[in-house]
Design a protein around this ligand. Structure first.
Ligand code: FPP
Length: 256
């Protein structure tokens, strides 16, 4: 499994009630385009503009690790023209954005099975990761040809063939065999365009993520939607399977 280089630093959120790491299932590009009588690729292009806005909004809010689900292992089954448009868009966007990302101190990492990507795209991915590897202010993971199930199977195969005794395998060793090795798990997973499912995204890493689903289509997603998701997140009581503090013991209730 080819992994991005390990993160140089793990940026902390600006405030403890913020998520350290947000994952986003960017859905609704096709519906956005259809409503405008545009080809689906116009929706994907508008989706790239939304990524820029959301990265800025995350930075402003003080959230520094973002993982975007750009292309799943299942997305190859889309019409050939749409797949090649998306692949071209990944290449173009890397070309046009990487220098600015670097200047802003963003470390770009691509997670997913690269073997199926074209040699040209693979080469760009490698070059972008190498250019930004020294950055530590913000981490942007882009999931391309990513599938949670295949990530898990691949990790087990790799551990077995590297001689690890699977009978004594522990969670930390297993986590270190995933694409996200060294990163904290996502605290919050946002899904746009209303579907209530995780679609093979960060299956292991998202075990305790809070889910926020919005009807907003990805190309329309902006700072106010992000702030709504952050507000929702900060109102959740995260117990990680344990017993929550009994009501009234954590916060003194003002009288009157
Ligand atoms: C889902 O919407 C979206 C995708 C499968 C592609 C997401 C890709 C981008 C936003 C471009 C990313 C670019 C870079 C460089 C990371 P959909 O097409 O399934 O929408 P629908 O459900 O409304 O049809």
């Amino acid at each position: 499994m080819l992994r991005p280089p390990p993160p140089t630093t793990i940026p902390a959120p600006a405030r403890p009630e913020l998520p350290r790491h947000i994952g986003i299932i960017m859905d609704g590009n096709g519906r956005w385009a259809k409503r405008r009588h545009l080809p689906r690729v116009a929706g994907h292009r508008a989706g790239v503009r939304a990524i820029r806005r959301v990265m800025e909004a995350c930075d402003d809010a003080g959230v520094h690790i973002l993982t975007l689900y750009a292309f799943s292992t299942e997305n190859w089954q889309r019409p050939r023209g749409e797949v090649s448009s998306l692949m071209r868009l990944f290449e173009e966007t890397m070309d046009s954005e990487v220098e600015e990302l670097d200047a802003k101190g963003v470390q770009l990492r691509v997670i997913g099975d690269r073997a199926k990507l074209s040699p040209r795209l693979r080469h760009k991915v490698d070059a972008c990761e190498a250019l930004t590897a020294h950055n530590g202010g913000n981490i942007l993971n882009v999931a391309i040809n990513y599938g949670g199930r295949s990530e898990l199977v691949e990790a087990i195969r790799e551990l077995a063939s590297s001689g690890v005794d699977l009978r004594t395998l522990d969670e930390a060793t297993f986590s270190a065999a995933l694409y996200t090795a060294g990163l904290p798990d996502p605290d919050l997973i946002i899904r746009t365009a209303g579907e209530l499912r995780v679609s093979n995204f960060l299956l292991w890493q998202g075990a305790y993520a809070e889910l926020h689903v919005t009807e907003t289509l990805w190309p329309d997603f902006g700072p106010s939607d992000l702030n709504a998701a952050l507000g929702d997140f900060s109102s959740r009581r995260r117990t990680f399977g344990q017993v929550a503090e009994p009501a009234g013991t954590a916060i003194a209730t003002p009288l009157g």
